[in-house]
Design a binder for this molecule. Structure first.
Ligand code: PXL
Length: 276
C-alpha cells in the first residue's frame, strides 16, 4: 500500500471515546497519515454527560484551509463526522470540494442522530445543511435514524427489506454514489450493514449484542475508512469494520462503569490482523 495522507474533520470530545479520540488512533493503526481538523472542543460528548463545555472552532476553519492551500497540501481521502454548526457545514463542503487529490475519496458520516432522535445540539436547519454536504460525498455512512432525517422518511423501529430499499433510493437522490447504512436488522437478535452501490444492494448480517455502546458509529466509520484506504473494496471494508466494531462492543460488555463508550483500543491488533 502506498503511504496515504488523509484528513478527518470532527470534534474533540476530551472524555468519552468518540469522534477524533477514536478516529485518529484507528486510522493511524491502519497505517494512514491522519491529519485532523477539529470542529469543536468539548469537555465530554453530549450523550449522557450533563454540563459539558463546547468551544466552536468554526471561525478558525477558513484560516486553516487558506494556510494548507498556501502549502499546497492535498488529501487522498477526507472523512467528516460530528460538526459544530450550520455555518461550519458550509466550510466543510468547500474543504471536501477543493482540498482533495484528483483521486480523493470523500466520506461523510452525518453524525447527528440515533435511536429516532437528533443529538441535543442539532435542529432541522442543521439537517438541511447536512443534506447539502451529502452532495459532495462519494460515500455516505448514516445509521437508520440519520438516513430518515436526511431523506424525510418516517423512522421505524421494525421494518422489512422494501422499507430499507425505499430509504436508500430516496437517500441516493441527495448525491452520494455509495451508501453504507449501519444498524440494519430484520430479526430481533440480528443487525448488520447494507452497502448500496450503483443501485446494487448487498447486506452483511451479524449477531446483535443486546446492549450496544455509545460511540460505535465513529468506530465503525473510522475502521471502514481505514480498510477502504488499505485497498479493500466497499463490501470488504463493510465487513472488516463490522467485525471490529463487534469486538469493541464485546470488550466492553459487563462493565457498567464504562457506559459512555466502547473499549476499542485493545481490539486494534485484531483490526490490523484483518487488514493484513
Ligand atoms: O459519537 C457521535 C458524537 C460525537 N461527538 C459528540 C457527540 C456525539 C454523540 O452524541 O455528542 C460531541
Amino acid at each position: 500500500m502506498s503511504y496515504k495522507k488523509i484528513l478527518t474533520i470532527q470534534d474533540i470530545s476530551c472524555v468519552g471515546q468518540c469522534s477524533l479520540t477514536v478516529a485518529l488512533p484507528i486510522l493511524s493503526a491502519c497505517g494512514l497519515e491522519t491529519c485532523i481538523l477539529p470542529s469543536a472542543v468539548l469537555s465530554t460528548h453530549t450523550a449522557g454527560f450533563s454540563g459539558f463545555t463546547f468551544r466552536d472552532l468554526t471561525d478558525d476553519m477558513p484560516e486553516i484551509q487558506a494556510h494548507w492551500k498556501k502549502e499546497d497540501i492535498k488529501f487522498r481521502a477526507i472523512y467528516t463526522g460530528y460538526l459544530g454548526s450550520v455555518k461550519q457545514v458550509g466550510y466543510v463542503k468547500d474543504i471536501l470540494n477543493t482540498m482533495g487529490t484528483d483521486d480523493c475519496v470523500r466520506i461523510v458520516d452525518p453524525a447527528m442522530a440515533d435511536n429516532g432522535k437528533l443529538y441535543s445540539i442539532f435542529n432541522e436547519e442543521y439537517v438541511e445543511a447536512m443534506r447539502g454536504l451529502c452532495a459532495s460525498a462519494d460515500i455516505l455512512i448514516p445509521n437508520i435514524t440519520e438516513a430518515c432525517f436526511l431523506s424525510e422518511v418516517e423512522y421505524r423501529e421494525t421494518y422489512d427489506e422494501s422499507y430499507i430499499k425505499m430509504l436508500l433510493s430516496k437517500l441516493s437522490k441527495l448525491g452520494a454514489k455509495t451508501i453504507v447504512l449501519t444498524g440494519v436488522g430484520y430479526a430481533p437478535e440480528k443487525t448488520g450493514v447494507v452497502a448500496y452501490e450503483n443501485g446494487e444492494i448487498r447486506y452483511y448480517e451479524h449477531d446483535k449484542i443486546s446492549k450496544g455502546c455509545h460511540g460505535t458509529g465513529d468506530i465503525y466509520a473510522s475502521a471502514f475508512t481505514g480498510a477502504l484506504m488499505n485497498d479493500k473494496d466497499v463490501i470488504e471494508a463493510v465487513k472488516i469494520a463490522a467485525d471490529y466494531t463487534v469486538k469493541c462492543i464485546m470488550n466492553t460488555q459487563g462493565d457498567a462503569d464504562h457506559w459512555y463508550g466502547a473499549k476499542f483500543e485493545t481490539a486494534l491488533r485484531d483490526l490490523m490482523d484483518m487488514l493484513a
